[in-house]
Design a protein around this ligand. Structure first.
Ligand SMILES: Nc1ncnc2c1ncn2[C@@H]1O[C@H](COP(=O)(O)OP(=O)(O)OP(=O)(O)O)[C@@H](O)[C@H]1O
Ligand SMILES: [Mg+2]
Length: 254
């Protein structure tokens, strides 16, 4: 479905007035996401995960490499089939918009009948676990978890086949994280969605993903095809990420 091949991306960096250097952010990234599959892309801050996401979405252009979606290589041809949920739900939603307008904006002119549009928006809210009462609330009147549910409703409004989730639960506290992960899991099964789940959190990956790719300094360093194989990873970087999670576990004496 989504095939990323040999993506290279760099930025110019300024050091003082005249000195400029080239910073390689992505160094030939290749990966694929099949229909109905959730692939986790896990890596430390600054490793280039969001840059890869932006290239997939067509917000940034790659210096080399190709993205194809169901065989289509032009972003114009596949943009209707993909969607995104970002970490920063507060800046991805206009706080002065009512919930109904946040979702309605994504629909554009695709539904012209007002009543039909309203009924569809209410059905989307119901899908993400929000009652009709939320539709008239302003975005700034919602909690982080509720707002992220609205962002998910907006993301599925256009009936995409693939959703890029860039740190979609990272700003939420752990109990709300779990609720949103559960929602994402249910939506994936119901609509046979594919996800690329970008994160730096191994626990979230084990909860939601079918496969995981470890990402370091712009490169895929290891991939795990089945989550039960996580214990057999060998790259020192992947091992150190897993060890960090183990260290967070509550010690026996508590
Ligand atoms: N538009 C840009 N201009 C210059 N450098 C950029 C630009 N966008 C990203 N970078 C640099 O590319 C590198 C990778 O950034 P990116 O946002 O992709 O990392 P990330 O893995 O998503 O990190 P995080 O986990 O913190 O979100 C960083 O060093 C960043 O400063
Ligand atoms: Mg990022």
């Amino acid at each position: 479905m989504l095939v990323v091949e040999g993506i290279v991306k760099g930025y110019k960096e300024s050091h003082g007035l005249f000195k400029k250097s080239h910073k390689a952010v992505l160094k030939g990234v290749s990966l694929a996401v099949k229909q109905g599959e959730c692939v986790g892309l896990i890596g430390e801050s600054g490793s280039g995960k969001s840059t890869l996401g932006k290239i997939i979405l067509g917000i940034e252009t790659a210096d080399a490499g190709t993205i194809s979606f169901n065989g289509k290589t032009s972003k114009k041809a596949y943009e209707k089939e993909i969607s995104v949920v970002f970490q920063d739900y507060t800046s991805s939603v206009n706080p002065r918009f009512r919930v109904t307008d946040v979702i309605g904006e994504a629909l554009g002119e695709s539904i012209t009948c007002k009543n039909e549009k309203r009924a569809y928006i209410l059905s989307l809210l119901e899908e993400v676990g929000l009652s009709e009462a939320f539709s008239e609330r302003y975005a700034h009147e919602l909690s982080g978890g509720q707002l992220q549910r609205v962002c998910i409703a907006r993301a599925i409004a256009t009936k995409p086949k693939f959703i890029l989730l860039d740190e979609a639960v990272s700003s939420l506290d752990v109990s709300v994280q779990l609720q949103i992960l559960e929602l994402l899991k249910n939506l994936k099964e119901k609509h046979n969605l594919s996800y690329l789940f970008i994160t730096h959190d191994v626990m979230c990956v084990t909860y939601l993903c079918d496969r995981v790719i470890f990402f370091k300094e712009g490169e895929c360093v290891e991939s795990v095809e089945k989550m039960e194989d996580l214990k057999h990873i060998s790259h020192p970087y992947s091992v150190s990420l897993l060890k960090a999670v183990e260290a967070l576990e509550i010690p026996d004496f508590c």
